[in-house]
Design a binder for this molecule. Sequence first.
Ligand code: CP
Ligand code: NVA
Length: 300
Amino acid sequence: MKHLLKMLDLTTEEITEILDLADQLKYELNHGIPHPHLKGKTLGMIFQKASTRTRVSFETGMYQLGGYPLFLSSNDLQIGRGEPVQDTARVLSRYLNGIMIRTFEQSEVEALAEYGSIPIINGLTDFSHPCQVLADLMTIREFKGKLEGLKMCFIGDGNNMANSLIVGCLKMGMAVSIACPDDYQPPKEILDFATQYDCFEMTDSPAQAAKNADVLITDVWASMGQESEAAKRREAFAGYQINDELMACANADAMVLHCLPAHREEEITEKVFEAHAKEIFEEAENRLHAQKAVMVKLMA
Ligand code: CP
Ligand code: NVA
């Protein structure tokens, strides 16, 4: 494993190794055991979109590993003024030991990896959010004691979160159902992968998808960069909400996850959100541990 660009690139074994190391790093942090695996190393963090969790967890994680994080806002980099990503990659590779990038196009992240000579970590693109899904898998395993044989149901937009969850959960032996409106299905590349699995189901009925689910997950109706479509999307996604009625279709002990930020009373009701806050905020914390594991795997 040289980079973390998207879930499609990871093997089941690599995901398991990351989750195991993440558990270990969480234990060490909670027990005051130092783990300076990246002493003297630097991570550049390029942000072309807003972030709370990704920025703070990478920055803190790098510090805890003994390394140094640099926050690089695209507003201040020449990349924001049109310097090609190919050149940026070759320059930054001479200063840094790794790059985390949050941007729009997946191709930009792939180009950084192609032209640079240091590990690249995808901190979210329109296509993929692998760091979040590693944290989600870690959280499911923590609460349920296993992944294999469980059913994950995603309700809503066939977006970066849906894409990464579908691939990550299927690779880990989970059944996957997704409920999305016809016009908002995941891209072909993801469906081509998913339809190889008998335990994958896609429907436009949230109730059907939620049947016997062990984990229910949703995400915002309008992602970053889609703000101008918000009104149209509110209409299209009406009914694609995790609420008490939908929870009744799932298994009685089903857990609920949300990558955050959440829009209460849109994709999830306040009541369900608060009833499952324990899982949702553990999930947010696990971003830190899962990403530290990724950085150690790629950069130590
Ligand atoms: N879930 C997530 O990636 O959050 P941020 O946008 O705050 O980084
Ligand atoms: N789908 C959301 C996820 C935010 C973490 C977005 O891309 O804005």
